[in-house]
Design a protein around this ligand. Structure first.
Ligand code: ADE
Length: 240
């Protein structure tokens, strides 16, 4: 899959994406990231990309034309049509379902704003979708773009070494939070590993993990339980 990043700091996103699973996905040819800088499409010796907001107020607004030309260049770099996604706190909250949907596309373009925002006319004309990574304000869309890239990259077939691990993630299988995990040593001053995990009884282990996932979700994110479509057995585990 191909992701184009339109940003005043495109290298910021590509730097983050050099490590770990995302870096490996690129090495394996599962993901190609391309950065595009609107400043390369700005005019004059100052290569101006922003200006003061009409109506007054603090901050600067990113101008239409450098962004529009930059987006056009990014689109043209590949023949496949590309959705343009603008990262902003006004967008729809990013969910694992949205990540899964994006992971199935052959390409898309991430547009990162800086300053107070982007001229609304550019957004209306060029943007297909706005995504927010949470109810807080970042100083630019780059970190949010890196979040999208990471979440999407690890779902590409072959990106994770253990094919199981994506399927068992929080949210991925059933919209519940993940169960706790333990490794050696069995006994430690911070506590011992729950005995059931060493019992070798796979049915009991599965039941314990399910109960833990349900309990955690109930405690930490009860809002997710309403959406999770619990079975009768799940309800019994929750009540147990
Ligand atoms: N840009 C600034 N804040 C953001 C947020 N919360 N999500 C996505 N993009 C952003």
């Amino acid at each position: 899959m191909r992701i184009d990043i339109v940003s005043l700091f495109p290298e910021f996103v590509s730097q983050i994406a050099r490590h770990g699973v995302v870096g490996r996905a690129q090495e394996r040819g599962l993901l190609a990231l391309h950065g595009w800088n609107p400043r390369d499409h700005a005019e004059g010796s100052y290569r101006r990309v922003d200006d003061r907001p009409f109506g007054g107020g603090p901050g600067m607004v990113m101008m239409i034309d450098p962004l529009r030309d930059c987006l056009a260049a990014a689109r043209l770099a590949d023949p496949a049509p590309a959705r343009v996604i603008y990262l902003s706190p006004q967008g729809r909250p990013l969910t694992q379902a949205k990540v899964r949907e994006l992971a199935g596309e052959s390409r898309f373009i991430l547009l990162c704003g800086r300053y107070e925002g982007v001229d609304e006319r550019l957004l209306a004309a060029e943007v297909d979708e706005e995504i927010s990574i949470g109810d807080y304000v970042l100083s630019g869309g780059e970190l949010a773009a890196a979040v999208v890239v990471d979440a999407v990259a690890r779902l590409q077939d072959g990106a994770l070494n253990d094919a199981e691990s994506a399927a068992q993630d929080s949210f991925e299988a059933d919209g519940l939070l993940d169960c706790p995990h333990y490794t050696r040593p069995v006994e430690h001053e911070l506590g011992n590993v729950p005995e059931v995990l060493m019992s070798g009884n796979h049915a009991q282990i599965a039941r314990w993990r399910r109960q833990q996932a349900l309990g955690r979700t109930w405690l930490r994110r009860p809002d997710l339980l309403d959406e999770a479509g619990l079975s009768k057995a799940d309800r019994e585990l929750l009540d147990a």
